[in-house]
Ligand binder design. Structure first.
Ligand code: TMP
Length: 208
């Protein structure tokens, strides 16, 4: 049986990695094999590209260079890591995927939806996550959780940028309403995880 592909999205500090681990533990208890991975990154080359994307000097990468690097890493990640795992029955939980390119490059960097969509069509064809969990919270909540010293090219962006990214994500939830499920990440972690449990349980039940 094929595994399922779950992605977790949202702006900085909404709890993506904590909840990726939560989903992994939950699935393992139900006897499902899992792989937790991330973007940008996930493959050897992908992690090198991640380093460039996060730590190059601020003005060296144009928004389009950034987008192309993200899709270069994604192509490797999909074909070398994600698809083989799914084909071998493993559930793949990915901390960010293509919706992040729509939100950050399409909306945040203002390249627009269409350019991202064209690259998506070229690289992914009809490959999509089975479920995307969008952890959403107002910027004030995020700001209060953020480290005082931003340490990469994205974290050092201003509030306006993150406002566009957040609104972009909410727009995507409308465009891809069957796939993208929004959870209010400003709630207590127990409440967030109860909602995640319902989504994951319904996927496991459908497949068992
Ligand atoms: P992370 O800190 O959540 O691992 O993500 C690293 C940064 O990469 C984060 O600030 C968002 C950014 N990013 C994009 O701008 N576009 C993308 O497509 C992806 C996957 C991440």
């Amino acid at each position: 049986m094929l595994g399922q592909f779950i992605t977790i999205e949202g702006i900085e500090c909404v709890g993506k990695s904590t909840n990726a681990k939560f989903i992994e533990t939950m699935l393992n208890k139900k006897g499902c094999k899992t792989l937790v991975t991330r973007e940008p990154g996930g493959s050897g080359i992908g992690e090198k590209i991640r380093n460039i994307l996060l730590f190059e000097k601020k003005d060296t990468l144009s928004p389009m260079t950034e987008l192309l690097l993200l899709f270069a890493a994604r192509e490797k990640h999909i074909n070398e890591i994600i698809k083989p795992a799914l084909e071998n029955g493993t559930w793949v939980i990915c901390d960010r995927f293509t919706d992040a390119s729509f939100a950050y490059q399409g909306f945040g960097r203002e390249l627009g939806f269409e350019k991202v969509n064209q690259l998506k069509a070229l690289i992914q064809k009809d490959f999509e996550p089975d479920l995307t969990i969008l952890l959403d919270a107002p910027l004030e909540v995020i700001t209060s959780r953020r480290k005082l010293n931003p340490n990469d090219r994205f974290e050092s962006e201003d509030k306006k940028f993150f406002g566009r990214v957040r609104n972009g994500y909410l727009e995507l939830a409308k465009i891809f309403e069957d796939r993208v499920k929004v959870i209010d990440a400003s709630q207590d972690i127990e409440d967030v995880q109860n909602q995640i449990k319902i989504l994951i349980n319904s996927m496991v039940n459908v497949r068992s």
